[in-house]
Design a protein around this ligand. Structure first.
Ligand SMILES: [Zn+2]
Length: 117
């Protein structure tokens, strides 16, 4: 899966860059006793590192939310629907289909999207 590996590469790169920036920032902060300008450089470097870490942790949270989105549509396929007219089992071939015709009596059944939980 190329998109997953590229996002993972980006994540690892982001963490590595933020670690280097944070390390340099701390070094500048420690050396700020000799030069006040280093204090600002250190603060900026640590700030950038913190922003990158926040970005990386945000993208770490993303994949589980995609899994949560996928599971309801998987369960909907397995859901057994019955014809309201003759109570014959209705088969949904495509989860995006909102209207099916009963194979036994020809009744048109509208599928209303309702949350499963
Ligand atoms: Zn029917």
């Amino acid at each position: 899966m190329p998109p997953l590996s590229s996002s993972r590469f980006l994540l690892v790169t982001t963490i590595a860059v933020s670690a280097i920036l944070g390390f340099l920032g701390v070094l500048f902060l420690l050396a700020s006793a000799m030069d006040p300008m280093r204090l600002w450089v250190g603060i900026i470097l640590v700030g950038i590192a913190l922003v990158l870490v926040a970005f990386a942790s945000k993208s770490l949270v993303k994949p589980p939310s995609i899994t949560v989105h996928w599971s309801p549509s998987g369960e909907m396929k397995l859901e057994e629907l019955k014809c309201p007219n003759c109570s014959a089992p209705l088969q949904i071939e495509n989860p995006s289909v909102t209207r099916i015709v009963c194979q036994y009596c020809g009744q048109v059944v509208e599928i209303v999207e309702e949350p499963m939980w």
